[in-house]
Design a binder for this molecule. Structure first.
Ligand SMILES: [Zn+2]
Length: 273
């Protein structure tokens, strides 16, 4: 081994497994935030143990449409569009959670010229109902999810996908467009195959879309893990991993369910470049 190949090999050994160091966001054009409903919970401490016990809280729910030269990616699908017709919402989890939706996902996509048939990829953070509520609407898209999450969904009483949908079963990280601009990052713990998304926008810079790796700012600041998570140590490790990715890419964390943060962000028709 020459000294040069030795140096290259040594560098490769320390390179993060997933993210190409170069390949900055040449093909990535924009990200648009869509209103994907809201959840009102009776006792927020189920998500933030010991904090604000017995107090209600409103969660925001966002979906994110990402436009790349090579195609359109939708991240998460929110609460079911059918709830638009139920202004009083749908109460689930033995009365703990009420789900609402003001406008449908499909109508918001159509208004942007991105009807479901035009969406190349739909990636879901995990298979909980406030994230996969409209997954079945994307009949021609490639669905990107962790293999373990797919297997959990296939075993569920009501699978969130149909047998004729194309599911790409990911194991670990995944570079969606092949240039490092949009990277699925495995962040298990909330569920068995939970994933988050790193988006490196040309002007806005890098963002991490949390999924439910973290539910709101308090959890992030206090490393709080919901008691009902699939695996608590794994959730903590995934949060640590996100911190590492954020440090490396100087990324901002967008916490999907953090209503105060969502209120500071621009939703469609505005967008981020
Ligand atoms: Zn959620």
């Amino acid at each position: 081994m020459t000294s040069r190949t030795f140096v290259l090999a040594a560098l490769a050994a320390f390179a993060p497994a997933l993210i190409p160091a170069s390949g900055q966001a040449a093909g990535l054009e924009r990200l648009t935030i869509l209103d994907c409903g809201r959840n009102v919970v009776k006792d927020q401490s189920k998500w933030s143990p010991g904090h604000n016990v017995g107090k209600a809280k409103e969660f925001s729910s966002n979906c994110y449409l990402i436009k790349h030269a090579k195609g359109l990616l939708l991240w998460d699908t929110g609460v079911p569009d059918a709830l638009v017709k139920r202004p009083n919402g749908l109460t689930v989890a033995k009365g703990l959670i009420t789900l609402y939706r003001a406008k449908s996902l499909v109508s918001q996509l159509e208004a942007l010229g991105a009807a479901p048939g035009k969406i190349d990829y739909v990636a879901v953070s995990h298979i909980h109902g406030d994230h996969v509520g409209n997954l079945k609407a994307f009949k021609t898209s490639k669905i990107l999810m962790q293999k373990s999450e797919y297997e959990a969904g296939a075993k569920a009483k009501a699978p969130p996908f149909t047998k004729d949908q194309t599911i790409v079963k990911i194991e670990g990280d995944h570079d969606v467009f092949g240039d490092g601009s949009v990277m699925i990052i495995a962040t298990p713990g909330h569920t068995v195959g939970h994933q988050s998304l790193l988006v490196r926008l040309p002007k806005t810079g890098a963002l991490v879309l949390s999924g439910d790796a973290v539910h709101f700012q308090w959890n992030w600041d206090n490393k709080g893990v919901p008691a009902f998570n699939f695996n608590k140590p794994q959730t903590a490790a995934s949060m640590a991993r996100i911190r590492g990715v954020m440090a490396k890419y100087k990324a901002t964390l967008w916490i999907n369910h953090d209503q105060p943060q969502t209120a500071t962000l621009k939703r469609a028709p505005a967008y981020y470049e």
